[in-house]
Design a protein around this ligand. Structure first.
Ligand SMILES: [Zn+2]
Length: 321
């Protein structure tokens, strides 16, 4: 289901809430206007973003598979492909980052290492021509087709690779609920947020976080906002408002730490993230994140307590005969 209205988060305006559009608006990052001198550097920045996207996909897969039964919805098809539109000039550098000097079709810029597209042999740089029986003229159409709940598997995807038409068959794969995990940004700004259809983590945040457990705790927190329905009260004046209340943040912190723990990550890093943010992150780099996630002493204390409880319950289980 598409939300017809824009999502406004700080200075970002995201219309509508689908990956394609968020991606086309934001993937290019801040530097897309300068294409000459810094070209190589800009391309490398996008290659790093693509690596971050794969990393986020892997952590998300672990978190989603550990999601408690009560948090699941009707499972939805999942292809594990990140597609950019070829017609958006902002994606030109992203195209070059995956070896396409002039893409003429919507193209794959990242493949989830845990998804069915990777297993079928699809690669970044593949230009998508068709999905099932349908032609794919642009990324918007791709996302619309891919989101259909009655997709037939194995799903055939026709692509253009190195000037040759090829076809791949994707095995059936579903996720416990419909949500997208998107990495975007310039590698500098540190932010993460949720919207009703998914979570967004900036490449700056992924540069700041030091290991998989830290990524899992931040993503778990954002997933909690979706699973716990924290948006239902924040739709005002035609926009999804960035919502913050201490109670909701507390609930999201706890649920996120529990999910990370269930998925096998170390919840103790929750403490390290907040302490390091407070001590090391220049305010201007994390401004938007701090606005909704103030790093307070109580927050650090809660993270420590929850981690200790989770560890204690694990030890208790392990020592049972
Ligand atoms: Zn939050």
């Amino acid at each position: 289901m598409d939300h017809p209205t824009p999502l406004r988060l700080g200075s970002l305006i995201l219309t509508p809430l689908r990956l394609a559009l968020i991606a086309s608006l934001l993937l290019a990052g801040a530097g897309s206007a300068q294409v000459d001198a810094g070209d190589e550097q800009q391309i490398r920045a996008r290659q790093r973003l693509i690596a971050h996207q794969k990393h986020a996909d892997v952590v998300a897969a672990s978190l989603l598979s550990a999601m408690p039964e009560s948090s699941r919805h009707k499972p939805v098809p999942y292809l594990g492909l990140h597609i950019a539109d070829h017609k958006s000039g902002e994606n030109a550098l992203l195209g070059r980052a995956v070896g396409l000097s002039k893409p003429e079709h919507p193209f794959v810029y990242a493949v989830d290492p845990t998804g069915p597209a990777e297993k079928a042999g699809m690669q970044p740089g593949d230009q998508v021509l068709g999905l099932g029986e349908e032609a794919v003229p642009d990324a918007k159409r791709f996302h619309k087709l891919a989101a259909k709940s009655d997709l037939r598997f194995p799903l055939r995807i026709a692509v253009l690779r190195d000037g040759r038409e090829m076809e791949f068959e994707l095995a059936e794969s579903r996720r416990p609920r419909d949500l997208e995990v998107l990495v975007f940004g310039d590698g500098v700004n540190v932010n993460a947020f949720a919207h009703p259809k998914g979570i967004v983590v900036t490449s700056g945040m992924l540069n700041f976080l030091e290991n998989d457990s830290e990524v899992a705790v931040v993503m778990g927190h954002e997933l909690a906002h979706i699973v716990k329905g924290h948006f239902s009260t924040s739709y005002r004046e035609g926009y999804w408002q960035p919502y913050f209340s201490q109670d909701l943040e507390k609930e999201a912190d706890r649920w996120g730490l529990e999910l990370a723990h269930r998925a096998g990550f170390n919840p103790e890093v929750g403490v390290a993230i907040w302490e390091r943010m407070d001590a090391e992150l220049p305010r201007h780099l994390g401004e938007q994140f701090f606005a909704s996630h103030p790093s307070t002493p109580q927050r650090i204390a809660t993270a420590r307590r929850v981690a200790e409880e989770l560890e204690a319950s694990t030890r208790a289980q392990e020592s049972e005969p």
